[in-house]
Design a binder for this molecule. Structure first.
Ligand code: ADP
Ligand code: ASP
Ligand code: MG
Length: 470
């Protein structure tokens, strides 16, 4: 029997209409003879509201977090009242959501008293969104006759203890899924699982990072399913962010590698780690629209089809900073770059792009804005002796920049693609600050001033649009 993991994002469970579409998609698949593992996000806006309430609690704004609790409770209750007739099931589910919100308020009270929240407590707070949405969804689906049962993913998805950016412990997770989740499917249960959250070995709730439900979906798909479907609010993976350029078109086929680059370089439609668990098992993934369920969406698998114009999509990342390490004394001195990146890792930074000039008088790399000054401090500490000797002159931060990336597997081995990309930038008078091409030759990334972001994306998007022109 075919098994499919279906992940529904925040907007796909964000309103009574959305939930109604989503439960129907699951019901139809189950009625069609498929086994379905459902992975859910919190209702849209709930994760942001929960994170915000941590700040309110820490700063003594009790009214603020109590009113957030009220709003979140109402959102779930209203949805249940619209989608379920008065019944014991409805009352029971409303009571469960009420109990979770009471627990949430208690934790906020504790934060209020202490005046701060540890990462572990933050994860506990933010987990309530998904813990509520699964109960709501399972109740509505069981009312439709599907044997749906909600489970908190921590029963199966075991992670390390790095709160807010936890990494799965693969072997432990696989064992739990095989021993505890697959038997549920065998019994004919449709499990409704929380996305985004897991549990560490010491029993604390952890989260996989913002947008992490896609990653959860892929983890569950890897050990249970023949296919992963990411149900979201757009028709598929598109040639550009439709919010930046409304000419964006759906790409019918994309390879794992292409989608990995797209997600890493800012296409919000998928969490960057989504392909990781399914890639080596060759499990195909589709991105589809909950609000347009007859549309086939984008199919992502091993060998995507190269497109005529080579460039398939354009993405961008804002809120990044460019750090430049420069000095004439660096020439030929081994180890400076290595020590710099280790120092950056020590500051918890994720390096998004690296570029070095051939003269070796400087190299630069990009990190998120939030980490930039910590990174600079750590590098100054690490390279203190070189700075004192003036081998290194400067470590500079430039924060009004963005990364633009063009993605397309067909770039491999085809000369002139970079020339076209930078030709377009030149023609639009956009200054390129730094350039990097990954060795996979599946993407070209470069840095421009933030003020040029939209113009650069729109100009490059023309190249990608030629490939999907019908
Ligand atoms: P979900 O709540 O379903 O996880 P997200 O908001 O995280 O949805 O991701 C979907 C959004 O990603 C879309 O609404 C779209 O605005 C944005 N997006 C950015 N780049 C792309 C792209 N290249 N293709 C499709 N969507 C994109
Ligand atoms: N609810 C979480 C978030 O908003 C996870 C997700 O939706 O993927 O980040
Ligand atoms: Mg998302």
């Amino acid at each position: 029997m075919r098994t499919v993991t279906m992940k529904f994002g925040g907007t796909s469970v964000g309103s009574p209409e959305a939930v109604s579409n989503a439960v129907n998609i699951v019901r139809e698949a189950v009625e069609g003879g498929e086994r379905v593992v459902v992975v859910l996000s919190a209702m849209s806006g709930v994760t942001d509201a929960l994170l915000n309430s941590i700040k309110m609690a820490a700063s003594g704004n009790k009214w603020g977090y109590l009113s957030t609790a009220r709003k979140i409770r109402d959102l779930h209750e209203d949805t249940l009242n619209i989608l379920l007739p008065p019944s014991r099931l409805r009352e029971k589910t409303i009571a469960q959501i009420g109990a979770l919100m009471d627990e949430y308020v208690e934790i906020c009270n504790a934060i209020n008293v202490l005046g701060e929240a540890t990462p572990r407590i933050k994860d506990a707070i933010v987990s309530f969104g998904e813990r509520m949405s699964i109960r709501l969804f399972a109740a509505i689906l069981s009312h439709m006759g599907v044997n749906a049962v909600p489970y908190e993913a921590g029963e199966f998805l075991i992670t390390d203890g790095s709160h807010q950016k936890a990494a799965p412990l693969w072997d432990e997770t696989q064992t739990r899924i095989e021993q505890k989740l697959i038997p549920l499917l065998d019994e004919g249960i449709t499990p409704i699982l929380t996305g985004f959250i897991g549990k560490s070995l010491d029993g604390a709730i952890t989260t996989l990072g913002r947008g992490g439900s896609d990653f959860s979906g892929a983890i569950f798909a890897a050990y249970t399913s023949d296919e992963l479907v990411i149900w979201t609010d757009v028709d598929g993976v598109m040639t550009a962010d439709p919010r930046l350029d409304n000419r964006a078109r759906v790409l019918p086929h994309v390879s794992y590698q292409e989608v990995g680059e797209l997600a890493f370089y800012g296409a919000k439609v998928l969490h960057p780690k989504t392909v990781q668990p399914i890639l080596e098992r060759g499990i195909p993934m589709r991105v589809r629209n909950t609000f347009n369920p007859t549309f086939p969406g984008t199919l992502i698998e091993e060998n995507g089809k190269p497109s005529a114009t080579v460039i398939k999509a354009v993405t961008s990342i804002r809120d990044v900073s460019l750090l430049t390490v420069s000095g004439k004394g660096m020439i030929g001195v081994p180890g400076i770059a290595g020590r710099t990146f280790l120092a950056a890792a020590g500051a918890g930074a994720n390096i998004l792009m690296i570029s070095q000039s051939s003269s070796e008088q400087s190299f630069c790399f990009l990190v998120t804005d939030m980490t930039a000054s910590d990174v600079k401090g750590k590098i100054e500490g690490e390279l203190g002796a070189e700075i004192a000797r003036r081998d290194i002159d400067r470590i500079e931060i430039q924060d009004d920049v963005v990364i633009i990336t063009t993605v397309g597997a067909g770039m491999r081995g085809i000369p002139g693609v970079a020339g076209r990309v930078f030709g377009v930038m030149g023609a639009h008078n956009i200054n390129v600050i730094a350039i990097a091409q990954g060795s996979s030759e599946c993407s070209i990334s470069f840095v421009v001033s933030e003020a040029d972001l939209e113009r650069a994306v729109i100009a490059l998007h023309d190249l990608a649009l030629e490939s999907v022109a019908v």
